[in-house]
Each structure stands twice: as structure tokens, then as C-alpha cells.
Design a binder for this molecule. Structure first.
Ligand SMILES: CC1=C(CCC(=O)O)c2cc3nc(cc4[nH]c(cc5[nH]c(cc1n2)c(C)c5CCC(=O)O)c(CCC(=O)O)c4C)C(CCC(=O)O)=C3C
Ligand SMILES: [Fe+2]
Length: 347
């Protein structure tokens, strides 16, 4: 057996790059200003979203959930006999990626693998993380080379974990409950521009549909819907529809459906969009229509998820791609914040 040390590998650290979230009431507005800077989000929407964070004590669960993922990844690395340091940096809140990468330079990191915590292609899930990498490398002197791990919407471990949790949710719900997959909505125009032009766009929504198909199939669910949630932006701009609240309401009103299993396929962990927009808003809105919602768990905190992250690092190290079940491409394996291809996700 070989005694693998970090010197065998082209990468000498892992950076977990994420969205970030506030950790106290005083952080809420500065955080939202960071998120929406230059994004054309109306002030009223910002204030509305601020109330969601305020209800949660001003603290988003996202940073703690990412720390949990990182602890699991460290354990998985240790279990494989690997001594690879893992760092955590965000786009919108502390620890900010710039500060983390400064620390990586101080620690002598030369080449980092970067795991961005989104499974998807498209601007918000992929291209914006490339922009973060490019910006940070611009701002930090002697920044390490950064090799990004690819989109993982159809990774067998991601699908397997979601499918096991969907099975659990279906078993907990009333027999015959309708299964509804939900992901973050994006502007129609952003989805149309997602992916390299030769793929014909819509990479994000196509991956969401494909992930839903794979998870449903693995869970033995034959019939399901795919819908969208948490839209923002001015009402005049079209976003992916139907909205999850409208859809579940219509299931109740038009088809008399009273039991729904909701699968937050678009989110790796129980983010604010999950614990507020689904567990609070959706549940309250449809209760009046007599609908019971059973919410499927998210895979982020699982051992399978950590195994997936380390498998993706090994893909980069060995230069070999592991088999993927999805029929839609998984891109994003780029260097130093480059785009996936010419014209990819150009808005
Ligand atoms: C596709 C997608 C994902 C999934 C991929 C991924 O996971 O990255 C995602 C994740 C997340 N989005 C998050 C939070 C927010 N997103 C916002 C705004 C927006 N999201 C968008 C898309 C997405 N977002 C878009 C097109 C906008 C409009 C502004 C713009 O064009 O950029 C706003 C501003 C207020 C509002 O308008 O809602 C907030 C606060 C959090 C953290 C939650 C927590 O704290 O737990 C997470 C994980
Ligand atoms: Fe978002």
C-alpha cells in the first residue's frame, strides 16, 4: 500500500467557497447589501428578506452547516490517510474568501482545490463563483493557483443520499403523497444564457430536472413535479415558474391533493430558503388549504456528501473522470476563475 502524502498531489489544500450568511442581527443589513450590490434587487425585497433573517435571530444556518461539511470532509480525508488542510471562505460574509486566501498564502499554499457549494451550472451556481475566484486572485498577492471542482448535480453519492432521504420522507407522509422537487428560481434570461452557447442554454434548469429524475428513479418515485422558489427581482422580470407555493396551492385547489413531499433538490443544506421559504412560508400558506407538507432532508451534513467532495478532489489529482449517470453535462472544472467555455453564462 502506498503511503500517500500531500507531496504526491498537485493540490496542497482545499478551499470550501460558499455564499456566506449573517451570524447576528447587526450583520443582516450589511450582509444583504453585499449580496445585492449591483444586482438590481428592489429595496422592498431586501427589507422583506431581512425580516426572514430577523425571525431566525439574525443568524443564517449556512456558515454552521458549511463548518459541519468541512468537519466531515476533514474526517473523510483523515480516513483516507490524507493530510490536506481545508479552508473556508465566502462571497458575502465572514470568513470572506479574500481573508481566507491571504491566510492560505501565509501558510504556504501553492495550489488549492476549490469546492464551491453549489451543485449547478448557471450564473448564480457557477459563473459567479468563478468571478469570486478571479477577484480574490487579483486582490491577494501570490495567491495560490485554484483548481475548481466540477458541478456535482448528478454525482452518484449526491443522488444516493437525496434518494434515501426522499424514501424516508415518502414513508413518513400519507400514502400517495405527491412528490414536488424545488430549486431556487432564476430570471428566465439567466437560465436561457446558462452554459456554453453550443449546448443551447438552460443548463441550470436542465440539470435541476435531471437531478430530480435521477433522485426520483433511485427512490422508486414514478410521478413528481419540478418547481421553483424564492424569486426576487422586480415583478416585471420573468423568472422560472411555477412557484412552489402557487403550485402546491393549485394541487390542493384543482386536484384535491392534501399531502405533499417537498424535496429541496436545489439546496445542499437547510439554508434560509429551506427553513424559512419552505418550512415556514410554504407550510403556513398551504395549511389553510388543508395540505400537509413533509419536507425531505438535505444531503450537506451527510457522510456521503463528504465522500463526494474527496472523490472530486481525487478526480483532479488523477486526471480521470468518474462515471456520471446524468444525461446533461457537468461543467465547472476550471482553473483560476476561468469560465467553463467561451460565452458560457454570458448575461
Ligand atoms: C440559483 C441560486 C442558488 C442555488 C445555488 C447556490 O447554492 O449557490 C442560490 C443560493 C442561495 N441564495 C442565498 C441567499 C440570497 N440569494 C439572493 C438573491 C438571489 N439568489 C439567486 C439565485 C440562487 N441563490 C438569484 C438569481 C438572486 C437574485 C439576485 C442575483 O441576481 O444575484 C438574496 C438577496 C435577497 C433576495 O432577493 O432574495 C439572498 C439573501 C443563500 C444563503 C441562504 C442562507 O443564508 O442560508 C443561498 C445558499
Ligand atoms: Fe440566492
Amino acid at each position: 500500500m502506498s503511503d500517500q502524502t500531500s507531496t504526491d498531489s498537485p493540490v496542497d489544500a482545499l478551499l470550501v467557497l460558499s455564499f456566506g450568511g449573517p451570524e447576528g442581527q447587526e450583520d443582516v443589513i450589511p450582509f444583504l447589501e453585499n449580496v445585492t450590490r449591483g444586482r438590481g434587487i428592489p429595496r422592498e425585497r431586501l427589507e422583506e428578506v431581512a425580516t426572514h433573517y430577523r425571525h431566525l435571530g439574525g443568524r443564517s444556518p449556512i456558515n454552521d452547516l458549511n463548518r459541519e461539511i468541512i468537519a466531515n470532509v476533514r474526517a473523510e480525508l483523515a480516513g483516507r490517510g490524507r493530510d490536506l488542510p481545508v479552508y473556508f471562505g465566502n462571497r458575502n460574509w465572514t470568513p470572506m474568501a479574500e481573508d481566507t486566501v491571504r491566510q492560505m498564502v501565509a501558510d504556504g499554499v501553492r495550489t488549492a482545490a476549490v469546492f464551491a457549494t453549489s451543485a449547478w451550472g448557471g450564473y448564480s451556481g457557477c459563473a459567479q463563483y468563478n468571478e469570486d475566484i478571479a477577484r480574490v486572485r487579483d486582490q491577494v498577492a501570490d495567491a495560490p493557483a485554484m483548481l475548481r471542482l466540477r458541478q456535482f448535480y448528478d454525482h452518484p453519492l449526491f443522488v444516493e443520499r437525496f434518494a434515501a432521504d426522499l424514501r424516508t420522507a415518502v414513508d413518513a407522509a400519507a400514502p400517495g403523497a405527491r412528490v414536488v422537487f424545488t430549486a431556487h428560481s432564476v430570471p428566465d434570461a439567466a437560465d436561457a444564457a446558462a452554459g456554453p452557447p453550443d449546448l443551447g442554454g438552460h443548463l441550470y434548469s436542465r440539470q435541476v430536472h435531471e437531478a430530480s429524475r435521477l433522485v426520483a428513479e433511485a427512490a422508486g418515485v414514478g410521478d413528481y413535479d419540478v418547481v421553483w422558489q424564492s424569486r426576487s427581482g422586480p415583478p416585471s422580470v420573468p423568472w422560472l415558474e411555477p412557484d412552489v407555493v402557487d403550485h402546491v396551492s393549485a394541487l390542493a385547489e384543482e386536484r384535491g391533493i392534501t399531502d405533499v413531499v417537498v424535496v429541496p433538490i436545489g439546496f445542499i443544506s437547510d439554508h434560509v430558503e429551506v427553513i424559512w421559504d419552505l418550512d415556514t412560508e410554504l407550510v403556513d400558506e398551504v395549511r389553510e388549504l388543508g395540505v400537509t407538507v413533509t419536507r425531505c432532508a438535505t444531503p450537506g451534513p451527510s457522510a456521503e456528501f463528504a465522500r463526494m467532495v474527496v472523490d472530486l478532489i481525487e478526480e483532479i489529482e488523477t486526471g480521470t473522470a468518474q462515471p456520471r449517470p446524468g444525461a446533461v453535462p457537468a461543467l465547472g472544472r476550471t482553473r483560476d476563475g476561468e469560465r467553463c467555455g467561451v460565452g458560457c453564462c454570458s448575461r
